[in-house]
Design a binder for this molecule. Structure first.
Ligand code: BDP
Length: 600
């Protein structure tokens, strides 16, 4: 699943733009010839969520069809041609010239199918993609299930607190590679004093013997090694004297150029290591704090669709408050975004779509496990070479059957089968991620009042806490005392560095009060200040990530004014609330971040 690139032997054709579109509520499209032609279609932007583009489709989550016609460049003849969808939420099926080429489940990861034999050279090709986003109890994330957080009872019926946007959310492209091509590359970097090491594993699509080379460009002198393939696989290790190590303050990237007789692939890489020692996270052997935000891919009109100007703006705004980190809450973000994190030095907790998992019946859990397993594999395959990714998060807020927000529960009631099922399920996910990638840290994010025991297997303890909001709202002193005590207890119990992956207060921009009352900007500012002060006293706190970066679309409920979660320190249109100044005070170091996004 290498990201398609353009060079002298590889080609790509981005099909982003206005496509034909038609909903199919009765699900008759496939047997009615829609893969070949869409009668009475309307226009739709790809990428983008359909819910935002048509007011009458805001709540529509059933099947919809996309169609686009294109020539395939004549120069690609003789190569292998693929169609690739960056993401389609939730279930996508691709047809080329009327033939079904494959389907994919899961909303936030790319999928590709080879279509070489179906291409019509010298004529138009018809590409049709059907997408549906039915909310179902066994999907990940799940819908139409009773939520342990009863107050989230919502419309549409999700178990999660963000709008279930539907559609093709990332670019669709055709790409071409040589007949014998580089199928996969895995890079593992190490540090020994001032020397870097770069271990490269390359897999070809063919299993015969072959030769190739790998070159690291961008340092003082290029470093090279030979690749000798046997069974289609080759490994090489390069030593890089005087290497420039990748970090959040110096996100230096080398180009790794891999060449075989017929193919060539260039991958930007960073030389860095990540580890945990006692109560700290170490980047290149030095303690680092991962401060920043929980976020969403969310905006007016584009919905969850890739929005490049917004991306650049968001990175600049995050940097302007001194943030160096965020979590891809609650699903994998776009590949464009991951590359930007590499080049601008953000430290990422990369999360799967497993938000609000429930452990309700063995049958449901088996189905969810199948999907979680696949999503972890697809995520790690996609993102394993990004230096920015330090931590895999395999779940956010798995839900015990009974949730008591006010009480820290260490072991849980073992007579409750869901307590035991949850532990087995989550341990399995953590171990699976660790097996696939032993070079990074693995975590899952614990819910307030959840079981500490479920987090034991993790390398880093990530917790979401809402003292002063859902519990002890309006009573900041009491809330901060509870937070203080709970952080100590969590450290003493689990003995791993702690990142607070969520803490925050809903805030209506422009609401003010003295004394600070809930929902006002003053309250959010005090809340954030109080939390950062408590954390600053504890050296085992390895990061503070405010929930949320910006207000975002949620489902309708009594908790979400206008269907918006207002916990952002920026509004949905990216205007600052008062809390932004507090973050600057704590996070912007002397000189601080500049508008260009680079720390000075
Ligand atoms: C946590 C969830 C997050 C919600 C947040 C909230 O992880 O998705 O948006 O609470 O209530 O439970 O704002």
């Amino acid at each position: 699943m290498l990201n398609p690139i353009q060079n002298n032997v590889r080609h790509k054709l981005d099909l982003s733009g206005i496509w034909d579109f038609k909903i199919d509520p009765d699900e008759i499209g496939e047997q009615s010839g829609w893969p070949n032609a869409l009668a009475d279609a309307g226009p739709i932007a790809v990428p983008g969520s359909w819910n935002e583009q048509y007011a009458d489709l805001f709540e529509y989550l059933g099947v919809a069809w996309y169609m686009r016609r294109t020539y395939v460049p004549q120069t690609w003849q003789g190569q292998r041609v693929f169609i690739r969808v960056g993401s389609a939420n939730y279930f996508g099926t691709v047809y080329v010239n009327g033939t079904k080429v494959g389907s994919h489940e899961g909303g936030h990861l790319p999928f590709a199918f080879e279509v070489t034999k179906l291409v019509r050279w010298g004529e138009e090709n018809v590409i049709a993609i059907s997408v549906e986003n039915h909310l179902k109890p066994t999907r990940v994330p799940s819908g139409k299930l009773p939520s342990a957080l009863g107050a989230f009872a919502s419309f549409p019926s999700t178990t999660f607190d963000f709008y279930p946007y539907a559609g093709i959310h990332r670019p669709v492209m055709l790409y071409a590679v040589p007949q014998d091509y580089i199928e996969d590359v895995t890079v593992v970097t190490g540090i020994d004093g001032t020397e870097g090491s770069v271990k490269v594993m390359v897999r070809l699509n063919t299993s015969g013997a072959a030769q190739g080379s790998v070159r690291l460009v961008g340092g003082d002198a290029p470093v090279e090694a030979d690749l000798r393939f046997s069974g289609g696989v080759a490994e090489a290790e390069m030593r890089v004297p005087g290497a420039r190590f990748w970090s959040d303050t110096d996100p230096f990237l080398y180009d790794l150029v891999i060449e075989t007789a017929s193919d060539r692939y260039t991958l930007p890489i960073g030389i860095r290591t990540v580890a945990v020692r006692d109560n700290q996270i170490l980047l290149n052997g030095r303690p680092v704090k991962m401060n920043g935000f929980g976020r969403h891919e969310d905006f007016y009109a584009s919905g969850r669709g890739l929005n490049l100007p917004l991306l650049v703006k968001d990175y600049q705004l995050m940097r302007s408050v001194g943030a160096n980190s965020y979590r891809t809450s609650h699903y994998p973000y776009s590949e464009e975004e991951m590359r930007l994190a590499d080049s601008t030095g953000f430290l990422i907790i990369d999360e799967t779509p497993a938000v609000s998992l429930q452990f309700d019946s063995e049958e449901n859990m088996a189905e969810r496990m199948r999907i979680c397993w696949q999503q972890i594999e697809e995520l790690i395959t996609r993102d394993k070479n990004h230096p920015s990714v330090l931590i895999w998060s395999v779940a956010n807020e798995p839900q015990p059957q009974k949730l008591n927000l006010t009480k820290v529960d260490v072991e849980g009631n073992r007579a409750d089968p869901s307590v035991v099922w949850g532990k087995q399920f989550l341990d399995t996910l953590v171990r699976h991620a660790r097996e696939l990638d032993p070079t990074r840290l693995v975590t899952l994010v614990g819910v307030m009042g959840g079981l500490m025991d479920w987090l034991r297997e993790c390398d880093v303890t990530c917790i979401n806490r809402y003292w002063g909001w859902y519990v002890d709202g309006g009573q900041m002193d009491k809330a901060l005392t509870q937070l203080d005590e709970e952080l100590d207890l969590t450290w003493q119990t689990l003995r791993k560095p702690i990142i607070m992956t969520e803490f925050g207060a809903d805030t209506m921009v422009g609401f003010h009060s003295q004394p600070p009352l809930m929902w006002t900007e003053e309250y959010q500012a005090e809340y954030v200040r109080g939390h950062l002060e408590v954390a600053a006293r504890k050296d085992f706190v390895a990061g503070m990530q405010v929930w949320h970066y910006a207000d975002f679309a949620a489902v309708q409920s009594v908790m979400r004014v206008g269907g918006v979660n207002m916990r952002g320190v920026f509004t949905r249109t990216r205007q600052p609330k008062m809390a932004v100044e507090v973050l600057r005070e704590f996070w912007v170091k002397d000189g601080g971040a500049t508008d260009s996004g680079k720390a000075e």
